[in-house]
Design a protein around this ligand. Structure first.
Ligand SMILES: Cc1cc2nc3c(=O)[nH]c(=O)nc-3n(C[C@H](O)[C@H](O)[C@H](O)COP(=O)(O)OP(=O)(O)OC[C@H]3O[C@@H](n4cnc5c(N)ncnc54)[C@H](O)[C@@H]3O)c2cc1C
Length: 459
């Protein structure tokens, strides 16, 4: 039977902020990014330093209460908030220390991707995270990090040089390729299963500006297949996240295109402006763009401004495919058009390049050789609508499937053990379970895409 927590006592032990159900700010502090998640933790601790993290882990051990770990709060299944348990929130740990000459940074894990980008940009440097500025560097890094620089520089974890990790036994460990190499391997893709990361050391790249922004094209089978073919042929400095959806009635979209299928592509060329324009030309030639906002911008502007308080509700599926030709493009068009959700979307990311040059077994992100990542999603206004859009989602996924059901862990919802297993193919799974058994044998870090400890450890 879990013990209860004395909030007053905890306050005397913790340097950071302790927020209980009766405190002002509790509702705000327990609310994650995604809508439709309404959990009431027993306490939220906004830790200030490693000692606080050690104390909160001890508290979880002493009480047996479920422990949620939160960095940016963007977990798709809401894993960073617990019903009745403890939330360890790193959001007040936000120091960033850049070594401009050595092109590296130490960053505490409470910062978001755009906050990090802005600080690094002050030195003309950059690091790839994902497509959304408000995502926390904690969750995205531990799962892999697939973003605009993946083809040129690899995943976020390919630039991870070291981490400070507090493990379930309360030890604060600095892990890197030489110290705790097994843990360092596991946290590069294995998510929050192995401890609380308080600090990351990253390698940075000189990249003050990029050519980037939104290119909106009409979607036909030809333009979709053509877009993918061009993205595959493009230089590695170019990457695109292409959303095939009905064009929204936004001011920058011509009225006659509203509600018609469109390719809303967010593109980024990580290099010289002239070369960027050249790389963009074949995409602009696919059709007369409905809107073209691609231009030379400071790197942090790849993150569009976000609406304060926006809490989307969605049903989604992540998958990889080998090819998108004319028939797959037709399938995408048909399903996007038949969606009855507020938005039905297929998001395509052509991979390859630097991320694919790292061997599959070098980190716990083991789908390096996959060609294209596809996220299919229905976004809607009320959480109760979820079931209504499920048949559409299933039908779309089945029609797109090419081979197995491999997945990227950071885009998984609450989809069951088999799908977690799909993120960690072959021996990756066994090795992760073995390392989990060594560092978290009681599965304290279980509110995540959980990797259960191996039952027979060789430790
Ligand atoms: C709008 C949106 C866009 C996205 N775009 C991309 C994208 O382009 N590319 C991509 O790769 N991913 C993307 N993602 C997925 C994103 O990487 C994951 O949702 C990620 O887990 C979010 O990290 P967070 O710190 O914000 O989340 P949180 O909810 O705070 O954390 C998620 C989980 O990560 C673990 N965790 C977080 N911080 C720590 C820590 N410091 N120590 C230990 N464990 C921790 C915990 O298990 C936690 O439950 C996107 C998600 C959203 C919502």
């Amino acid at each position: 039977m879990p013990e209860t927590i004395s909030i007053e006592k905890l306050r005397t032990d913790i340097r950071g902020r302790v927020i209980g159900p009766d405190d002002a700010g509790y509702d705000e502090a327990r609310t994650p990014f995604y809508g439709g998640i309404d959990r009431r933790p027993a306490v939220i601790v906004r830790v200030a330093n490693d000692a606080d993290v050690v104390r909160v882990i001890a508290l979880a051990r002493e009480t047996g209460l479920e422990l949620a770990v939160r960095s940016g709060g963007h977990s798709i299944p809401g894993h960073s908030v617990s019903e009745g348990g403890i939330v360890l929130d790193l959001g007040d740990m936000r120091a960033i220390d850049i070594d401009a000459e050595g092109k590296t940074a130490w960053s505490e894990t409470g910062v978001t991707a755009v906050e990090f980008a802005n600080v690094a940009n002050g030195h003309g440097l950059a690091l790839g995270f994902g497509d959304t500025g408000s995502v926390g560097i904690g969750g995205i890094t531990l799962g892999g990090g697939v973003g605009y620089l993946a083809r040129k520089h690899g995943l976020t974890i390919d630039d991870l040089m070291a981490a400070d990790l507090v493990t379930a036994d309360g030890e604060v460990r600095r892990v890197d390729a030489d110290n705790g190499p097994d843990l360092f391997w596991a946290i590069r893709g294995g998510g929050g299963n192995f401890g609380v990361a308080t600090r990351f050391r990253y390698r940075l790249h000189e990249l003050p500006t990029v050519v980037g922004g939104m290119l909106l094209l009409p979607a036909t089978a030809e333009t979709i297949a053509g877009f993918v073919a061009q993205a595959e042929a493009a230089p590695e400095a170019f990457s695109a996240i292409a959303n095939i959806m009905k064009a929204p009635p936004m001011p920058f979209v011509p009225e006659e295109a509203h509600g018609k299928p469109a390719i809303m592509a967010l593109v980024c060329f990580a290099g010289d402006a002239e070369e960027g324009e050249r790389a963009l030309a074949p995409f602009r030639a696919l059709a007369d763009p409905l809107a073209d906002m691609v231009r030379a911008i400071p790197y942090p502007e790849i993150y569009p401004p976000e609406e304060e308080g926006y809490r989307p509700t969605a049903t989604a599926h992540n998958m990889f495919v080998e090819a998108i030709g004319a028939s797959e493009a037709e399938t995408i068009l048909e399903h996007v058009q038949s969606s009855t959700a507020m938005m039905g979307v297929a998001q395509l990311r052509v991979l390859g390049g630097a991320l694919a040059r790292v061997p599959n077994d070098a980190t716990a992100y083991a789908h390096r050789d996959r060609k294209i990542m596809v996220n299919i999603a229905a976004l809607y206004e009320r959480a109760e609508e979820a079931d209504k859009h499920m048949p559409w989602l299933r039908g779309f996924v089945d029609a797109m499937r090419q081979g197995d059901d491999a997945a990227y862990v950071n885009f998984l919802a609450d989809e069951g053990d088999e799908r977690i297993r799909a993120a960690y193919p072959g021996t990756t799974w066994d090795r992760l379970r073995e390392i989990k058994a060594r560092y978290d044998p009681t599965n304290m870090f279980r509110l995540n895409q959980n990797i259960p400890p191996a039952t027979t450890s060789t430790a």
